[in-house]
Design a protein around this ligand. Structure first.
Ligand code: A2P
Length: 282
């Protein structure tokens, strides 16, 4: 007599238990405050490089009802629109409702991903220009990690300057490795042209640990030091476009600086010379 086999636990686990579930494919930790992970991409998900989605996990069961609700936060997609997987770059906050759990993700785990991408850090929100500035602090580099891997960025501009300000040197690792990998990317070279990487300028700075370039990017812009370092005259509304993603302080200060150079804020519905988005933290 053959016995009806119960569904094994392993087989049961293959069925997504979460709504909009995606499977984690890779996790890399950089510091005790920063990590990145990759996950599968829903076949139906279309997005523009630079946009964000809501991702998360199921929250703890309600103490009385035992019911669990999804715990979701906005996260910029750090991978480009053409990538078959999705990448996210995240802070770890020990008592943060989501990131205290998210930091323990392992390959094979599932996350919730709502497939409704939105955001202002997209090419469509900027008028044509010659030079594109990316101004990021901390995890605000995530949308630019997407955009510097996007062929359209190099087709639209002669020069792309990625500035990244962090407290400590180790917090620059993700961006530095990313720039190195973009410069060595043979597929991008094939699509955009051999010398595409010459267009990409990387300008990392630290504020609380010694490094070759110290200071907030805002101060370096105000003093003109960044222009002297890069051999650039300055920022002008005719040629320069900018995308900003960081803390509220950075966003407010940069708005003022960019407006001072004559740039106006754009949106999807009305493209102009610069766009801003808050870096999302858990
Ligand atoms: P600082 O060390 O001088 O505060 P955080 O870890 O707090 O999110 O900060 C990330 C980086 O952003 C730090 O290097 C921090 O510099 C910098 N930063 C914070 N506020 C501003 C601002 N208003 N303009 C430019 N950089 C800023």
């Amino acid at each position: 007599m053959t016995e009806q086999k119960p569904v094994t636990q392993a087989a049961a686990q293959k069925v997504p238990a979460l709504p909009d579930a995606q499977t984690v494919t890779e996790v890399q930790h950089y510091t005790d405050r920063l990590f990145r992970f990759r996950c599968t991409r829903p076949a139906s998900l279309r997005f523009r490089s630079g946009e964000f989605v809501m991702i998360g996990l199921m929250g703890d069961p309600h103490p009385e009802t035992g019911k669990q609700k999804p715990l979701l936060r906005a996260y910029s997609i750090a991978s480009p629109a053409w990538d078959e997987e999705l990448e996210f770059y995240s802070i770890k906050v020990q008592d943060g409702p989501l990131t205290s759990k998210l930091q323990h993700l392992k390959e094979g785990d599932e996350i919730i991903l709502r497939p409704k991408p939105v955001g202002t850090l997209v090419h469509d929100a900027l008028l044509p220009g010659k030079r594109l500035w990316f101004f990021a602090t901390g995890t605000g580099i995530a949308p630019f990690a997407s955009l510097i891997r996007e062929p359209e960025t190099y087709e639209r501009y002669d020069q792309i300057i990625l500035t990244h300000t962090c407290r400590e040197v180790a917090e620059l690792t993700y961006g530095r490795e990313l720039v190195e990998s973009v410069r060595a990317d043979e597929m991008l070279a094939e699509v955009i042209g051999e010398n595409f990487a010459d267009k990409l300028v990387y300008y990392p700075t630290t504020t609380r640990e010694e490094s070759p370039k110290m200071g907030r990017v805002t101060d370096l812009l105000r003093s003109g030091e960044i222009f002297r370092d890069l051999g650039i005259e300055g920022i002008s509304a005719e040629t320069d476009r900018a995308m900003v993603c960081g803390s509220m302080g950075l966003n407010t200060d940069l708005k003022e600086i960019l407006e001072g150079f004559g740039l106006k804020e754009g949106a999807n519905s009305e493209p102009a010379e610069y766009v801003v988005e808050k870096a999302f933290v858990g």
